[in-house]
Design a protein around this ligand. Sequence first.
Ligand code: SF4
Length: 327
Amino acid sequence: MGKGTLNNFDLDKFKRILGLRELFLKMILPLKFPIILNIEPTNRCNLSCTICPRRFSIRKIVDMDWQIFEKIAVEVARNGPILKIFLQKDGEPLLFPKIGEMVSCLKSLNAAKNVSIISNGTMLNPDLFISLSKAGLDDLIISIDAVEPNSYFGLKGRDCFDQVRRNFLEAAKLKKEMRLTNPRLKARMVERKGRGAETEEFRKIWYSVADAVDITPYHTWMDSVNDYRVYETNKERYPCSLLWYTGIINSDQTVSPCCIDYDCKGVLGKIDSGGFSAIWNGKNLRKLRMRHLLEEYSRTKICEYCQYWLIKENLKCWLKRKYRVKW
Ligand code: SF4
């Protein structure tokens, strides 16, 4: 196996293909605390992507309060280390002034085995990259999404393809020169219907530069944005497994059922003295899970037109048996 092949080996995809993720989930569910958590440092963003519904959001722009973040980090560590924390939801995480300190806090508490950031790459610079590396960041995923400036502009609403590309290449060069072992630098593209050739070109371009190429399927954010869907939507629906293993903490301390809740219309509660655990084990999430098990998807606005459940494991029969739901 050549070096490039090893670098670009996608373990998550491999596990999915083998059905190991489903098996793993069957072994560990139900959970007292999620194994994957998104913590949103800020919901500010400096781009206006056509594939992102954020531009329709009427959420107040808020940076996460540092003291609240520290409390959350301690609570996660007490229940951890969990598998993964993404420091991201609707905003651009590198706009948060203390993003390095956030990573450092989570890593020093051993809150998660993997701390990742998904960024648009516009704010990445050598100093920031080195500070994220020193803080212990495991993965830095840069959403590039295009192979040339015109298609980037059409998708992102800002003419900064060259800048993002340069920032990525500089970071990759630094990583090599300084022999840094982390973060893994991943080049991401959202896969869109009818764009197979562009996706393949993207893969070829970044294959030898990035530590991994991450092609992620497009979905319409509950039919909020253009229909470039890559899914067959006539599949029989099954309960969304995300509800059983992932948690989302928005920058204003509210908790959403999933990352699809871009406008916080599906908020389950706000973190207070009971911490995140009180919401994870609380009645609102229990009610939502039960609606899924009873196949009453349309009773929850954000789930009604969602396609994201299709990316995740179909645990339907197993979940229903486990929760003793008849159908
Ligand atoms: S079905 Fe969609 S909106 Fe509902 S919880 Fe799952 S991912 Fe979120």
